[in-house]
Design a protein around this ligand. Structure first.
Ligand code: UD1
Length: 370
């Protein structure tokens, strides 16, 4: 069995890494399973891509499509053309995609049209918010997926509700958590820790990159003002995503003073081990990412999500995550709850146990034998 593993953007790398490990173990047990790692090049910086390969021990990609930056349509089109030509040279039995980024959708369409079975890891999750490109990517990918590997009961129900047959849905858990649990003992102190003398539970971590939150300068500034005003003078560490960085540079060059505050530390995107070192010891995370809400749930760290909806409801129902919406005024009461020590304690969702990739590979071997 030959599987193409597709990885394109930062949140893909931690989902693919444990699948490669599990395939290697299966190979060492004599299973006939081969993989080709295809990096689309959607993310290409050392900060956004290279450092993840190094730290997570991911082998160098067999192929890099090097598509680079572009609009949604440009990236989708480039990935499709390049991946199709790769498959025409050397085909595969399965195309395994993870998550919900542009590369996930683009490669699944190409594979399906060439009669290659599509496997979607993290299938079935839905925010029902079609203003997010990721939601469109999820819906399109799931509409042509053959085998779904899911992280939650909600994902299973969503798939059943759109008519997917039960026998094609495999509830296996969360590969992102496989990576988190494997690397947790090796988290690395980032240089900023000693530089500004951070102390455990005495600082905040922020990440913001969703177009809805950062592309409008006034929305971004509104959030930052409220966070700075209500964080009781604690340091705020903000590793800035390249999308957000462009907006911040524009604001700075237009003379905006709002982002200049002694407690606010804007830094480059951090490596995986450094970022999670900060998250594990922070007072709370403020974010608009989906994946981070899963990691904070497992590490029992309070998480405030600046979105109206989530495709990961278990991080709220069971975990430490709370949706604040997109009105900056929601920050003050949430901070108050946090400082009063009233933030909820989380439970870890079912099967988020570090063994998901092993389950996925065993299922694929069984499917192949049927
Ligand atoms: C993408 C994903 C999003 C994911 C996020 C994590 C889609 C639709 N979105 O959004 O789900 O949460 O990645 O990072 O796939 N850039 C660089 N260097 C890089 C990569 C990008 O400078 O290595 C710049 C690009 O030029 C672009 C901006 O960052 O201007 C955004 O990159 P893009 O890949 O379009 O989407 P993200 O916002 O990163």
């Amino acid at each position: 069995m030959k599987i193409d593993l597709i990885a394109g953007a930062r949140p893909n790398f931690m989902k693919v890494a444990p699948i490669i490990d599990a395939i290697k173990i299966a190979q060492s047990h004599g299973e006939n399973i081969k993989y080709r790692l295809v990096h689309t090049g959607q993310h290409y910086d050392k900060n956004m891509s290279g450092s993840f390969f190094e730290q997570l021990g991911i082998p160098l990609p067999d192929v890099n499509l090097e598509v680079g930056s572009g609009s949604q349509a440009e990236q989708t089109a480039k990935i499709m053309v390049m991946y199709e030509s790769l498959l025409l040279k050397e085909s595969a039995d399965y195309c395994l995609v993870v998550g919900d980024v542009t590369s996930t959708m683009a490669c699944s369409i190409v594979a399906k049209k060439m009669n290659i079975k599509v496997v979607h890891v993290e299938g079935g999750i839905r925010s029902w918010d079609l203003t997010m490109p990721e939601e469109i990517n999820r819906m399109v990918t799931d509409s042509i997926t053959d085998y779904f590997f899911t992280t939650s009961d909600t994902a299973n129900s969503n798939l059943i509700n759109i008519g997917i047959k039960k026998e094609n849905i495999f509830f296996v858990g969360n590969t992102m958590i496989d990576t988190l649990l494997k690397h947790r003992p090796n988290f690395q102190k980032p240089p900023i820790w000693d530089k500004i003398k951070l102390k455990e539970k005495n600082y905040f971590v922020i990440t913001l990159h969703r177009p809805a939150n950062v592309d409008e300068e006034q929305i971004l500034l509104g959030f930052m003002d409220e966070i700075v005003a209500h964080s009781k003078n604690m340091p705020i560490i903000f590793p800035v995503h390249p999308r957000t960085s462009k907006i911040i540079k524009n604001l700075m060059s237009a003379g905006s003073q709002n982002l200049i505050n002694k407690n606010l530390h804007l830094v480059e995107p951090l490596s995986y081990l450094e970022f999670n070192y900060l998250v594990e010891k922070t007072k709370a995370v403020i974010t608009d990412s989906g994946g981070i809400t899963e990691e904070t749930t497992v590490m029992n760290i309070p998480c405030m999500t600046l979105r109206e909806n989530t495709e990961r409801p278990e991080t709220i129902e069971l975990g430490t995550n709370e949706l604040l919406g997109v009105d900056p005024k929601a920050i003050a009461p949430a901070m108050q709850k946090l400082f009063l020590g009233k933030w909820k304690k989380g439970k870890v969702p079912k099967l988020w146990d570090g063994k998901t990739a092993e389950r996925i590979v065993n299922c694929l071997i069984n499917i192949e034998q049927i």
